[in-house]
Ligand binder design. Structure first.
Ligand code: HEM
Ligand SMILES: CC(C)=CCC/C(C)=C/CC/C(C)=C/COP(=O)(O)OP(=O)(O)O
Length: 302
């Protein structure tokens, strides 16, 4: 009502502070970062014989999570106009006006700097610089250039998201082992079917936003074919840890079960799709990667 001013109360300002905290938290894409950290843990544990140094693991995970969260926050800042045009993203903190661009940018810079310094001082320089390269790969190479330029954006940009197992490995050993590159290849091959399944489901969003995602540029049918082919490739890549003697029969069985399930989703998406097949395939991709890395971990200690 005109003439009446809202009187700030303690409960009101606590509510506002919590909402602000929630908005900053959302900027970091916490569920994505949680899965990235799980893949880094597997890198850390597979690099170590016997029990790892838990204190080192904790600090390294925190540093990797902070820099990855900062990368996600930069992505929110750089993409706020695109995000405002898509139904899936229009309620994010920046397009909805819950945070200003300056607040989000300041948060991203502070988080990136703190995470980088933590890794540099408490872990090692190789891990700190490689993690920063991951941030640059995602926030600049993918978000600023590739995302707007080519339907291969997520294939090339996938390198950044696939880095954490390598970061975990270097955090514990100070060097990059061949096995770490193998783990990276798994996440790299997994990324296209993960993303394209979602892009098929959200094709109208991407068309409206003017982004050259594969289903927009090459059509849904072609994208379904590539999802299927990448899941076949993923099955083959996931055999490598067993074939090179890095993992045992428990991993082989778990990996085959998960990859055959993923293949089944992709097959259905190509040959017998229903309205929800693409989104179910996307959701399964997340379960797949999480369980696959847990199986790698369990196999290591069996
Ligand atoms: C360039 C590579 C990638 C692209 C383009 C991509 C794209 C996406 C998109 C668009 C979403 C939907 C987010 C939303 O609904 O707000 C998503 C969700 C997700 N992605 Fe990816 N992704 C990539 C790599 C990764 C990697 C490497 C991981 C983890 C290892 C990952 C884990 C997840 C998880 C856990 C979710 C669900 C998030 C939630 O429910 O809040 N993604 N991804
Ligand atoms: C090691 C390191 C620092 C890596 C950073 C990796 C990182 C945070 C990857 C996130 C991958 C992801 C969610 C991409 C989606 O971006 P999008 O812009 O296509 O999706 P959106 O529309 O949901 O924002």
């Amino acid at each position: 009502m005109d003439g009446y001013k809202r009187i700030p109360t303690a409960a009101g300002s606590l509510g506002e502070a919590l909402a602000l905290g929630r908005a900053f938290w959302q900027l970091t894409k916490p569920r994505v970062v949680a899965l990235l950290v799980l893949t880094a843990w597997v890198g850390m544990m597979l690099a170590t014989t016997g029990l790892p140094d838990f204190a080192r693991m904790l600090v390294a995970s925190l540093g990797i999570a902070m820099v990855s969260g900062a990368a996600a926050a930069f992505n929110h800042v750089l993409d706020h106009k695109i995000d405002a045009r898509m139904a899936r993203t229009r309620l994010r903190p920046l397009p909805s006006g819950r945070l200003s661009g300056a607040q989000a940018l300041g948060f991203a810079c502070a988080l990136a700097a703190a995470g980088f310094v933590l890794l540099l001082v408490e872990v090692n320089a190789l891990t700190a610089w490689l993690t920063l390269a991951g941030l640059f790969g995602y926030a600049v190479v993918y978000t600023v250039f590739l995302k707007r330029a080519t339907p291969q954006n997520i294939v090339i940009g996938g390198v950044a998201g696939a880095l954490p197992p390598v970061l975990g490995w270097t955090a514990m050993t100070g060097t990059v082992g061949a096995e770490a590159w193998l783990l990276m290849m798994i996440v790299f091959t997994w990324t296209p079917p993960h993303f394209w399944a979602l892009a098929i489901h959200r094709v109208e969003d991407y068309r409206r936003a003017g982004l050259p995602m594969l289903p927009v540029t090459h059509g849904i049918e072609f994208t379904r074919t590539l999802v299927l082919l990448y899941t076949v490739l993923l099955l083959a890549v996931c055999l490598l840890p067993y074939l090179v003697g890095m993992s045992g029969p428990f991993y082989l069985a778990g990996s085959l079960a998960l990859n055959l399930r993923f293949l089944h989703h992709a097959w259905r998406l190509k040959f017998a799709p229903r309205a929800d097949t693409a989104i179910r395939t996307f959701r399964f991709s997340i379960t797949h990667l999480m369980l696959l890395f847990l199986v790698l971990l369990a196999d290591h200690y069996l």
